[in-house]
Design a protein around this ligand. Structure first.
Ligand SMILES: C[S@@+](CC[C@H](N)C(=O)[O-])C[C@H]1O[C@@H](n2cnc3c(N)ncnc32)[C@H](O)[C@@H]1O
Length: 194
């Protein structure tokens, strides 16, 4: 999907009157992710938010953890100008230094298969310890998402297809959190998928 897809109308529609999520709900999510990171012994000193859109994670970190180094990127010229991110395309870019936590919420469904593969490689290079990833699958479209509030104009793929992309770099540790395999974090066997 080109960056023109993500203009003012897109953010009005999906973050306006009946948003898919809000600053409040994202605050609960961010607090949960940080608490789990602390439980696993990961100190989050730096965060990269990929496809940051309205910037709810950035606002939460600024209010709750102003000492954390926070960087947000988005492919959309409009979002970068309006919400204050660096304009970057995760399919073609990764940072010089990895972040302790990478957030990628609601982005990969807009990329074709080859672009997802490139994005996952770049996400892996960008992640020192943990990735928070949300991407709706075909199953979610059919059984979980609120189809009135969600953008359905994207690529729909199975969870197992996404797992195949992620597995070489990450292991799933629950609730959308993926641990970088190379970080060697000591999870109990039943805390992680495999
Ligand atoms: C559904 S919004 C999610 C925004 C935010 N992460 C959230 O959960 O509220 C998708 C965002 O991903 C961005 N995006 C799409 N493709 C991208 C890419 N290749 N690189 C970086 N950002 C991208 C879009 O511009 C848009 O802001």
């Amino acid at each position: 999907m080109t960056s023109e897809h993500f203009g003012a109308g897109y953010y009005r529609r999906f973050y306006g009157r009946s948003p898919v999520h809000t600053a409040d709900t994202v605050g609960h999510l961010a607090a949960g992710v940080l608490h789990l990171a602390a439980w696993w012994g990961v100190r989050v000193r730096s965060v990269l938010d990929v496809g940051a859109g309205p910037g709810y994670w950035r606002d939460w970190f600024a209010a709750q953890h102003p000492g954390v180094r926070y960087r947000s990127i988005d492919v959309s010229a409009y979002a970068c100008e309006r919400f204050g991110h660096e304009q970057r395309d995760i399919t073609r870019w990764s940072p010089r230094t990895p972040a302790d936590l990478v957030v990628c919420q609601g982005v990969l469904q807009y990329l074709d298969r080859e672009a997802v593969a490139r994005a996952v490689t770049n996400l892996a290079a960008a992640t020192r310890s943990l990735l928070y990833l949300e991407v709706p699958t075909t199953h979610d479209r059919d059984h979980v998402v609120d189809t009135a509030a969600t953008d359905l104009d994207c690529y729909w793929r199975s969870g197992s297809w996404y797992r195949k992309q992620l597995d070489p770099h990450f292991m799933a540790v629950g609730a959308g959190i993926w641990a970088r395999r190379s970080a060697g974090l000591p999870f109990y066997e039943l805390e992680r998928s495999r």
